[in-house]
Design a protein. Structure first.
Length: 426
């Protein structure tokens, strides 16, 4: 009788809605400094794979703590402090930490910024700065280690760089601002994108190279090509497959898949119009093979790493990683109040020695928006079950009104910052 009464009543039932949680860390912190890094080192699925393989996979027998704070008086500045301490009582004296103070001109676009790092694990005082001009699509950056105990690599003396970035093309170079005798550019790259294909080349001599600049030496060049579908928005499924040849001696094949799954919600605490919740599933695979220079067909050694993660809602994340010598499983819980607390535990199984160890992580975050899980009528069940359709027929004597967001067309303006793509420029 309740359904018949609602049918003849003047008020229309509320449209069905799906809970849309944000990713645990989106955009990732590594994306805030991407203007300092060559586009070659971030594209081809490298940034997504790095987050999948490393985030919330805690170091064995260590307690890792990270505190991220932003003052209410000035949201353009923030402070990130990290401390890593071993859980072994004999090694408790070995505690490493760092503090990073950052100023960012635009809250939505982290392309122009300046930060200062103080580290105790590797005693260092480092200044970094970057300026990007969207009108001209050119940018300049610099990294200057002011105080350090040792200067081994060329980067330890400071580097500067120039870059161009658009939706289809990125190129740039980095060099020493005060070159010594016989110095050469530290790095140069060129990356282009045409549709779903992305290809790039990078000139980067090894760290221990003392030879003068030689463009004909293949050991200084790396090449990569990838095929990708989708955008960097968490709400858009994406796929990327890449091949990279590193200095003619290492072949790397990588695969990354981001899946957006909507499942039904059976929570008595939710309202009746809440019909589902969005889940995020990520899967990544990386195969690396060493190849001898004289014979490309003779394999020297190879390795692999495989990882998968599942975010059930705004609070729980489950991740697993498999490598050639060990495997790990991690569980993370994020609180829903502000500032947000994230607790993670990782179990690492060392197959070589037959031992199992644990790592713990604590993150206090006040940088991003508080963890939320909103109901949005624009995101509906992508694959509704027969039970779901039957429910709509019983309530409205017809199919329930369903709405599809226009994220497929590339319109992300109505989305909050945590669900928008990282950016369109390379």
């Amino acid at each position: 009788m309740g359904n018949i009464t609602s049918y003849f009543s003047s008020e229309e039932p509320p449209p069905p809605m799906v809970l849309v949680p944000p990713l645990f860390d989106f955009p990732p912190l590594a994306a805030r400094t991407r203007m300092l890094v060559p586009a070659y080192d971030l594209l081809f699925g490298k940034l997504a794979l790095r987050c999948l393989f490393e985030d919330y996979i805690e170091q064995a027998a260590h307690l890792n703590t990270r505190i991220m704070l932003k003052p209410l008086e000035d949201p353009h500045v923030d402070l990130v402090a990290t401390v890593s301490a071993p859980l072994d009582e004999k090694a408790m004296k070995v505690v490493g930490g760092s503090a990073l103070f950052r100023w960012q001109r635009d809250l939505d676009h982290p392309h122009t910024f300046m930060d200062l790092l103080v580290s105790t694990s590797e005693p260092m005082l480092r200044l970094r700065s970057c300026a990007y001009y969207p009108k001209y699509r050119f940018g300049a950056f610099g990294v200057f280690p002011l105080l350090t105990t040792k200067r081994v690599h060329l980067e330890d003396y400071g580097i500067m760089g120039l870059r161009y970035g658009s939706e289809k093309l990125s190129f740039g170079t980095s060099f020493m601002p005060f070159p010594m005798s016989g110095e050469k550019p530290i790095c140069a790259w060129l990356v282009g994108r045409a549709g779903r294909l992305c290809a790039g080349v990078q000139y980067k001599p090894p760290h221990d190279s003392k030879q003068p600049m030689c463009l004909k030496d293949l050991k200084n060049w790396s090449y990569a090509i990838s095929y990708g579908v989708g955008s960097s928005s968490p709400l858009c499924p994406s796929f990327n497959f890449a091949l990279e040849l590193v200095r003619s001696s290492q072949l790397i094949a990588s695969f990354y898949q981001h899946i957006v799954v909507q499942r039904r919600v059976n929570n008595p605490f939710e309202e009746n119009q809440i019909v589902g919740i969005t889940n995020y599933i990520d899967f990544g695979l990386e195969l690396s093979t060493r190849i001898e220079d004289k014979s490309l067909g003779k394999v020297d050694s190879s390795s692999f790493q495989l990882a998968a993660s599942w975010q059930a809602n705004k609070n729980f994340l489950l991740k697993g990683k498999l490598g050639p010598f060990n495997s790990s499983v991690s569980l993370a819980f994020k609180s829903w109040w502000k500032p947000s607390f994230t607790f993670s535990i990782t179990a690492i199984n060392d197959r070589l020695h037959g031992t199992t160890s644990y790592g713990f992580g604590i993150r206090v975050e006040d940088l991003r928006e508080p963890s939320y899980q909103r109901a949005d009528p624009n995101y509906v069940m992508l694959t509704p079950s027969k039970e779901h359709l039957a429910e709509g027929v019983m309530q409205n004597f017809g199919k329930r009104p369903m709405y599809q967001a226009d994220i497929d067309s590339g319109n992300y303006d109505h989305l909050p910052r945590e669900l928008k793509p990282i950016g369109r420029i390379f």
